[in-house]
Design a protein around this ligand. Sequence first.
Ligand code: NAG
Ligand code: NAG
Ligand code: NAG
Ligand code: NAG
Ligand code: NAG
Ligand code: NAG
Ligand code: NAG
Ligand code: NAG
Ligand code: NAG
Ligand code: NAG
Ligand code: NAG
Ligand code: NAG
Ligand code: CU
Length: 580
Amino acid sequence: MAASSALPGSLLMAALMLLSSIIQAQGITRHYDFNVTMANVTRLCGSKSIITVNGQYPGPQLVAREGDRVVVRVTNHVQHNISLHWHGIRQLRTGWADGPAYITQCPIQTGQSYVYNFTITGQRGTLWWHAHISWLRATVYGALVILPKVGVPYPFPAPDKEVPVIFGEWWMADTETIISQATKTGGAPNVSDAYTINGLPGPLYNCSAKDTFKLKVKPGKTYMLRLINAALNGELFFSIANHTLTVVEVDAVYVKPFTVDTLVIAPGQTTNVLLKTKPSYPGANFYMSALPYSTTRPGTFDNTTVAGILEYQCPEEPSSSPSFNKALPLLKPTLPQMNDTNFVGNFTAKLRSLATAQYPAAVPQSVDKRFFFTVGLGTLPCPGNASTCQGPTNTTQFAAAINNVSFVLPTRALLHSHYTGLSSGVYSSDFPNTPLIPFNYTGTPPNNTNVATGTKLMVLPFNASVELVMQDTSILGTESHPLHLHGFNFFVVGQGYGNYDPVNDPASFNLVDPVERNTVGVPAGGWVAIRFRADNPGVWFMHCHLEVHTTWGLRMAWVVLDGRLPHQKLLPPPSDLPKC
Ligand SMILES: *[C@@H]1O[C@H](CO)[C@@H](O)[C@H](O)[C@H]1NC(C)=O
Ligand SMILES: *[C@@H]1O[C@H](CO)[C@@H](O)[C@H](O)[C@H]1NC(C)=O
Ligand SMILES: *[C@@H]1O[C@H](CO)[C@@H](O)[C@H](O)[C@H]1NC(C)=O
Ligand SMILES: *[C@@H]1O[C@H](CO)[C@@H](O)[C@H](O)[C@H]1NC(C)=O
Ligand SMILES: *[C@@H]1O[C@H](CO)[C@@H](O)[C@H](O)[C@H]1NC(C)=O
Ligand SMILES: *[C@@H]1O[C@H](CO)[C@@H](O)[C@H](O)[C@H]1NC(C)=O
Ligand SMILES: *[C@@H]1O[C@H](CO)[C@@H](O)[C@H](O)[C@H]1NC(C)=O
Ligand SMILES: *[C@@H]1O[C@H](CO)[C@@H](O)[C@H](O)[C@H]1NC(C)=O
Ligand SMILES: *[C@@H]1O[C@H](CO)[C@@H](O)[C@H](O)[C@H]1NC(C)=O
Ligand SMILES: *[C@@H]1O[C@H](CO)[C@@H](O)[C@H](O)[C@H]1NC(C)=O
Ligand SMILES: *[C@@H]1O[C@H](CO)[C@@H](O)[C@H](O)[C@H]1NC(C)=O
Ligand SMILES: *[C@@H]1O[C@H](CO)[C@@H](O)[C@H](O)[C@H]1NC(C)=O
Ligand SMILES: [Cu+2]
């Protein structure tokens, strides 16, 4: 082809590419159709009818780019009420699409549809979506992958392949029966029978070897694992035998890379890691394993181990050949003891924001509103009589609270009540700033462990700079609580063990490059300090992401008021918003 005729063509091509990158920079709309349906799934030699999206378990992966609009039409074909939450999505001014039932919306009832409509602004990485009503997220969850804008590279070497690795929890029995039984007896719900990787329990359980996640890899490559902890109650240690993991991102925010043998991931958290495979065929297979981190009594949590297999493809065999690798030695990782709180503290202390010009850490340097919340367990009078009560004593049931308030879900949605100014009889705006009765939070627990119940919210003016210290308590035992805040990312500026010291501890706060995330573990017997800017008007749920604690009341909500300018106000509700 002559140069003279090629020139206009390539100019046209360049113009088209420029045009498409402009369109891409503004984002496109991604449509998804989510039918909530029942499906029969067999695990551990037992078949069970579960709630799913589109019959898939785990649910479909949602992929978008930073800047895109996501429109998900959810239709409920099952007998249970449902709502879906896009975990970690900021939902700027679109709280109506956030999802927690009775907080930002009424549930989608049988036969109804609701369209979740939101944009992804200033976020890229791994998040996830899950049901946000009762315990339905046990089976209703999936990955939410946010790619960077077109032409924007990762701030680390591009991986050869990206793979979602979602941890879950499997019960042989129906999870709705489990939690309603526990609520009736006041006792702790039955623990799960297995942990899962991408829905598969793996070879260490009875009758489960065929349900094993296998990651087939080639030597000398880099894989990015998008780790998501979708387990209901299990905070997890994760490791791959004879391989290291380089952490590059958590909760859809890049971090300064660091390399570990074992990492910790709490329910609600996501972590992207780079896995470099060995330079040549190693002649072995490797377990990737996860087991729980818990400081509670044995028997009160699922203490089993889930394993998947990292399988190198044999260089002599085509990748489609039957599993040649079966006869090879299988190497297992060494995981910490299940109660190794020091390991968890050391790991979380390594997390740091990138804090570069392109990815700055916008840590609030001054504070307008300061709060101190205790988070932990407590008791309430048992719902049954002493002969049927299965709580911590024969007259008390398990409960959990923030600043002694065990949060009761309303029967109407909080966001709509706030928006319409009809909060009376739905919620009150008197959530306490600090515990009403201070005590030695991590010392001998008080004699009266009963908590108060209520639907109390904390009101924040638009754009307030907030510092919140969350303190674990020793009432019924110290425990790590992964607290998740909807509508915001926050910076983890400090953490420590024992009681928070408001005089001396702030001196060690990191206001330069603290990690930015949406779910943070309040250390067992310790405290964590976070900062965020209340720049997103709406009603935002904050709760422990251990589902058992949320059920017991370890939850509350913030009301962030509208600002004065038009773009600082909550948008009006969509016309199909479910009613209750
Ligand atoms: C959802 O259900 C509708 C009606 O039953 C059907 O037309 C549609 O194809 C389904 N979508 C998916 C993704 O299964
Ligand atoms: C699940 O299995 C039961 C019992 O075999 C059957 O009646 C039902 O139709 C199945 N459900 C689905 C969604 O396949
Ligand atoms: C989603 O929201 C945008 C902005 O409000 C609106 O223009 C669009 O029509 C909505 N899409 C759907 C399917 O509701
Ligand atoms: C929970 O465990 C108890 C004790 O093992 C058992 O009696 C009960 O049936 C279990 N509940 C469910 C829903 O399986
Ligand atoms: C795996 O690690 C063990 C312990 O460090 C070492 O002895 C062994 O040679 C390694 N094997 C492979 C195949 O990398
Ligand atoms: C798990 O807990 C059960 C019940 O308390 C106990 O019998 C078992 O030894 C524990 N297993 C491990 C691996 O800790
Ligand atoms: C952790 O558990 C082990 C084994 O049960 C026990 O020996 C050890 O004292 C526990 N450590 C802590 C810090 O509780
Ligand atoms: C945690 O870090 C401290 C100080 O660096 C070290 O002494 C300790 O051994 C570490 N603990 C664990 C479990 O890694
Ligand atoms: C309840 O517990 C108390 C104190 O532990 C004991 O005296 C009483 O007999 C128990 N009652 C029943 C019905 O188990
Ligand atoms: C709180 O309890 C802890 C653990 O028993 C103890 O070490 C500490 O001295 C107590 N603090 C105060 C202020 O009493
Ligand atoms: C609990 O009650 C006992 C007996 O009344 C009292 O001696 C003790 O100080 C109380 N403990 C606390 C932590 O209030
Ligand atoms: C579904 O939600 C509505 C509205 O809150 C409620 O009235 C109804 O009882 C719920 N249905 C079920 C089956 O839980
Ligand atoms: Cu908790």
